[in-house]
Structures are given as structure tokens and as C-alpha cells.
Design a protein. Structure first.
Length: 211
């Protein structure tokens, strides 16, 4: 397919579909600590290539057998893994459900693979990859090591690397009460990512025209 006739997202990132991911966990060690929530925000682009937040896929996750749960981490994210009303599902099922929607979006946008966007993306990608390995999932739509890190992008664009400060510097509303929910953090990260990418759209367009 000629480049000019490809969907905007297929052209913009070399065939990669950016998907914003946030995880809430029982600690900082992706090998030993529980994955407790995962949210993935799909992005959409208009005909001019400007990005916007799309659908959010979110699941509460049951800790894997033998998972470590650090009280300090649970105090920050407010998750009670044993709460009787918590609608958690197994890691395998949560990942398969998320991946199914991501693969659908990859196909719909004419892309070849998804690439994780995250605030301090190595953290989220590390937990994602470890969960994939534990669950024995063979069809992971995400690139295994490449990512877009909004902490770096926000440092360049706004001089801020902490998510809450970067959001405020970007002129977006920050809801402290909703923070540390995977769905909220992924959504607001998506908004910041889209704003930064859209500000660079004229530079990208000029580069494409030069080619």
C-alpha cells in the first residue's frame, strides 16, 4: 500500500501503534510482586494526523500464586486484593482480553505491532512482560523492549517529569483523588502524550513532505 494511502497512525510511528498502558502493582519488583490492575488506552488519529484518546480497556487482576504484596505500595494505590467486591480476574484472562483489543486496533489502523506508551514506561513494560511469561502467552502484540516514555517527553516539553506536575504544566486538569488508578493514570498519560505529539505534528509533516 502506498504510504500516502495508509491510515494516519500507520504512517506516523513507522507502523507501530502507540497504546498507553498503566499497571498498578504490589511493589516495584516485576519478578516477585503482584500485578493488580492493568489499563490500556487506545489512540485515534484524524485525517490530519492529530491524536486523541480513544477507548480504555481496564481489568482488576488477581495476584499470581506466591506473589509478594508490599503494604507501602498498597497504601499508595489503595487496592485491597482481598476485598470481596473487587472484580478481579486471573492474569492470563486479563492479558488475553487486553491483547485481543490491542490486536484489533493494530489491524484496524494498518499497523504491524503495538508499542507501549507509559509514564516511566520501563516499569509498566517490565510488569507486562513478566506477566506474559508467567501466563505462557505466545501472541503478545507489544514490542518486547521498545517503548515511548512520557516522563522523558514531558521533561523535554514542559520541564517536568512527575506525572501530576507535567499534567498541570500541560494545562490539563489533575484529579488527585483518582490518581493511582490504572484507568485514570493511563487516560491522563494518553492526553499528555497526544498533546506533545500534536505539537510536533508540523515538524513531522514538514519532514514527510521533504522526503
Amino acid at each position: 500500500m502506498p504510504v500516502s494511502s495508509q491510515p494516519p497512525l500507520a504512517r506516523r510511528f513507522r507502523g507501530f501503534l502507540p497504546v498507553v498502558v498503566d499497571v498498578e502493582t504490589g511493589g516495584f519488583n516485576c519478578r516477585t510482586d503482584a500485578l493488580l490492575e492493568i489499563a490500556a488506552v487506545l489512540l485515534q488519529a484524524d485525517d490530519s494526523g492529530l491524536l486523541a484518546r480513544g477507548e480504555t480497556i481496564r481489568y482488576h487482576v488477581k495476584p499470581f500464586a506466591g506473589a509478594n504484596l508490599e503494604p507501602a505500595s498498597l497504601a499508595v494505590n489503595g487496592i485491597d486484593p482481598d476485598h470481596p467486591l473487587r472484580p478481579a480476574i486471573a492474569e492470563h484472562d486479563a492479558l488475553q482480553n487486553v491483547f485481543r483489543e490491542v490486536r484489533r486496533a493494530v489491524r484496524a489502523n494498518g499497523c504491524t505491532r503495538a508499542i507501549l506508551v507509559g509514564h516511566n514506561a520501563s516499569f509498566d513494560l517490565g510488569f507486562l512482560n513478566e506477566a506474559v511469561n508467567r501466563a505462557g502467552i505466545k501472541r503478545n502484540p507489544f514490542h518486547p523492549f521498545s517503548s515511548f516514555d512520557t516522563a522523558t517527553l514531558c521533561g523535554v516539553a514542559y520541564g517536568q517529569t512527575v506525572l501530576s506536575r507535567a499534567v498541570k504544566a500541560a494545562g490539563l486538569p489533575w484529579d488527585e483523588a483518582s490518581a493511582h488508578s490504572a484507568a485514570y493514570d493511563a487516560g491522563i498519560t494518553a492526553d499528555v502524550f497526544c498533546q506533545i505529539v500534536n505539537r510536533f505534528q508540523p515538524i513531522y509533516a514538514a519532514t514527510v513532505e521533504a522526503d
